[in-house]
Design a protein around this ligand. Sequence first.
Ligand code: BLA
Length: 510
Amino acid sequence: QPDYTTVDLTNCDREPIQFLGHVQDFGCLLALSSDWMIRHASANTETFLGREAEDLVGTHLSELLGGEGLHHIRGEVQVSGRHGEGSRIFAVDALGDGQLFDLLVNVSPQAIIVEFERAGSKRRTDTASTVRSLIARLSGLTDERRFFNDTARCVQALTGFDRVMVYQFHEDETGEVVGEATTRGMDPFMGLRYPASDIPKQARALYLRNRIRLIADVDAPTHGIVPRIGADGQPLDLSMAATRAVSPIHIEYLKNMGVCASMSISIIVRGKLWGLIACHGKDPRAVDVETRTAAELFGQLFSYELAQRWQDAELSLAETARELHDVILTTLSSGNSLSSTFSDLAGDISEVIPHDGIVLYSEGAFEAFGSTPTREEFLGLARFLNTAGASRVFATDHVAGVYDKAENFGDRAAGILALPVSRSPRDYIVLFRRPIAQTVTWAGNPEKPVETGPNGIRLTPRKSFEAWQEVVHDRSRPWRERELRAAESLRVTLLEVVLKMSDDARQERE
Ligand code: BLA
């Protein structure tokens, strides 16, 4: 049970959102053992299946479902049991009485979970081909902003939500709206920044496993699971359940935002949650299973498209980095020292990793170009880097955040990228970036995330969603992932050369 009595932001992270034990109103749920006995049922089965949850628990599934329903579910369990992915069966006459249901089936070690929703209306066009043509429209776009805005427009066309956003997580887990499509009369959220705590850790972890979630109506009742605690002494794990009722804290958040329905689709790139496509409705919106499946598929294809774009950018950078590697080897192997060729080298590096200043600190000698700390200041920084112990590249866009004295660098340097280019004592090449006055437009004051809620002291989301601007003075443009990768390969090249040269020098002396 989460403890709401201490007010701090880690509360959010501790709410066990997959064990809250309720389903939403738009569907009902059965949890079965591997021998098809009903172990749990949601309290709203009567509405969908005509039988009370209490009557169903402890009976065999075949007593409820006619031949067609059971046959379908068995078949799907064999498939999804092997792959661990949930499956969906559309328009099944599950009870044998002519009512059509869409079924969602998920197999976990704890239970087979089957959810029932009323089948969506028959479509004129098939959703797979709609998704295909939407994605085709995106892949030609080179401009990033248009790419994200069009992505939002595609999902809006697919689902009909009033506002659709592409929400990207930054390194520090805050998030930013980078693409948006709205219907008339909705406030634009484009460019707004939200604190990390708005989507807590356990929710992000869950969204990596389960790629889509729908909150159909923030005002609709939710229904408990019967019995709440199973024979194994545990509440039912609803991680993969589509009807899972979400955290009441989040419901309050949506209400504060003036949102009645919310759906979000996970964007996973290289195994990490890159962001979400977040959808808002002014009114209740029970998006049917087929549309959700299409939206999820769209999300997956969009993720591949993003990954492809990254890869293209990386390939062209890797090309330039390779040329740099060759230049360094040629220059240095013809007997030049690193310091005698450093000014050329600095120019070459800036083509791969743009920077405002660069320092070579090698065997006690200090050489600097552009906007950098002084020699004295640098020596302190070098000592800090030695203790930071990184044998690989070390980068930050806010060096004063990890090394106090960097405040004195003022507007000469705010971000550093350090490449250790020797064993010990450490020699370094350090790239510097000057601060940029960044304006971050927060949705609400991020420093006041804690308020007293309706139930006494506990954590509630910020009530104010009015933009709150903060100007950040001591940060540089961030080092991009691919720049760090290029720096790492540069470090390896330089280390090779430096070690070889000192070996040669030693041999000459001996
Ligand atoms: C979940 N928070 C979420 C989700 C989103 C957001 C998209 C996923 C569920 C959904 O699809 O609605 C946040 N929604 C946003 C943001 C925008 C948006 C940033 O549209 C921007 C436009 N939330 C808080 C605080 C807490 C909190 C302070 O702000 C904790 C005290 C909790 N948010 C919270 C929890 C969940 C959540 C617990 C998980 C809900 C669940 O899946 O059960």
